[in-house]
Write a protein that binds this ligand. Structure first.
Ligand code: XMP
Length: 326
């Protein structure tokens, strides 16, 4: 017996009560939860909120712009952008092991976020203010058991109850604590957030960093971004977004195979399509996408993405395969 409007009004009221006239910050990951949490707080306390976006350079095509322009346009929120692409590329140079990649990305993310916090605090201090609150996009399922595939996971595990660092200077504001994902999406739509943000499929915090099998380089990221954008655009055009839980597009950077183009031989990398259907990401089945859609994706990627000469389909369920390749 809920409606998005009543949840929204109710939460705006509670947020105002909790925050009063204090200052508050919120990390944006590009994902649904942090965007909706931030938009709610913005609706409640306006310019007392500063949003922080650490761009680690591992997002997909268009995602940084969705945060930097579309989110800001829809909410009017103040946004502090930390462009940290080089920092992450440097820290990840020469690293192929998946868990090492995750550790490095998580560590650098926390450092970058804390630096941004300090810069914002310093600015507030010159105006005689301190920042008292930190917004978290914690959902009800996160409260019950921590986990989930949301991009804000790094911020969460850092600041969340349970893993609280001893020097945590903030009180938490968690306006989504009682909500499930579909309710969060409905509230987001009610707040006027763009469909691309509200309808976004799960995307791992370490982003494209764990979708390049092998070392991460700027060039490889560029290539994977193009292939991923084509696959996503075709899936959407086929009207199948709702049927597919998520579709990782993976670059096998350590593998090369022989191909032919015009009258020349190529020696390029394969791209893997990993469309899955799932309820909760704990188990999954590979999606039976229509052959003509697969053919379109394959033709476009091999024609349009230089360096890729083969597209393969992952037909493994979870278990035994995981959804991501790393
Ligand atoms: P797997 O690959 O374990 O993925 O079947 C299950 C879900 O979790 C997401 N995933 C991650 N999310 N940080 C995240 O925030 C990670 O390191 C990570 N690894 C996997 C994956 O996209 C899927 O939704």
């Amino acid at each position: 017996n809920w409606s998005a409007t009543s949840i929204l009004d109710d939460q705006v009221e509670r947020i105002r009560e909790q925050i009063g006239d204090a200052k508050v910050i919120c990390g944006l990951s590009g994902g649904v939860d942090s965007a909706v949490a931030a938009a709610l707080v913005q609706r409640a306390v306006g310019d007392q909120l500063t949003c922080v976006f650490v761009n680690h350079g591992l997002l997909r095509e268009g995602e940084a712009e969705q945060v930097e322009s579309d989110f800001v346009a829809a909410t009017g929120a103040k946004l502090y952008v930390a462009n940290e692409q080089d920092r992450f590329l440097n820290a990840l140079a020469g690293v192929s092991d998946p868990e090492t990649k995750r550790k490095i990305i998580g560590r650098e993310f926390i450092r970058a976020f804390e630096e941004a916090e300090r810069a914002i605090m310093a600015e507030a201090a010159t105006e005689g203010e301190t920042i008292k609150f930190l917004v978290q996009g914690t959902l009800y399922p996160d409260v019950v058991e921590s986990g989930g595939g949301e991009g804000a996971a790094n911020i969460k595990s850092h600041h969340n109850v349970g893993g609280l660092p001893e020097d945590l200077r903030f009180e938490l504001v968690e306006p989504l604590r009682a909500l499930f994902k579909d309710e969060v999406r409905a509230v987001g739509a009610e707040l006027g957030l763009p469909a691309e943000i509200v309808g976004r499929q799960p995307f791992p915090g370490p982003g494209l960093g764990i979708r390049i099998v092998g070392e991460i380089t700027g060039e490889r990221l560029e290539l994977l971004r193009k292939a991923d954008a084509i696959a996503r655009a075709e899936l959407t055009a086929a009207g199948l977004d709702d049927e597919v839980w998520q579709m990782p597009v993976v670059l096998l950077a350590d593998v090369r195979s022989v191909g032919v183009m015009g009258d020349g031989r190529t020696y390029g990398h394969p791209i893997v399509l990993r469309p899955v259907s799932s309820e909760d990401a704990m188990t999954a089945d590979w999606s039976r996408l229509p052959y003509d859609l697969l053919a379109r994706i394959s033709n476009r990627i091999t024609n349009e993405v230089e360096g890729v000469n083969r597209v393969v389909l992952d037909v493994t369920s979870k278990p035994p395969g995981t959804i991501e390749w790393e």
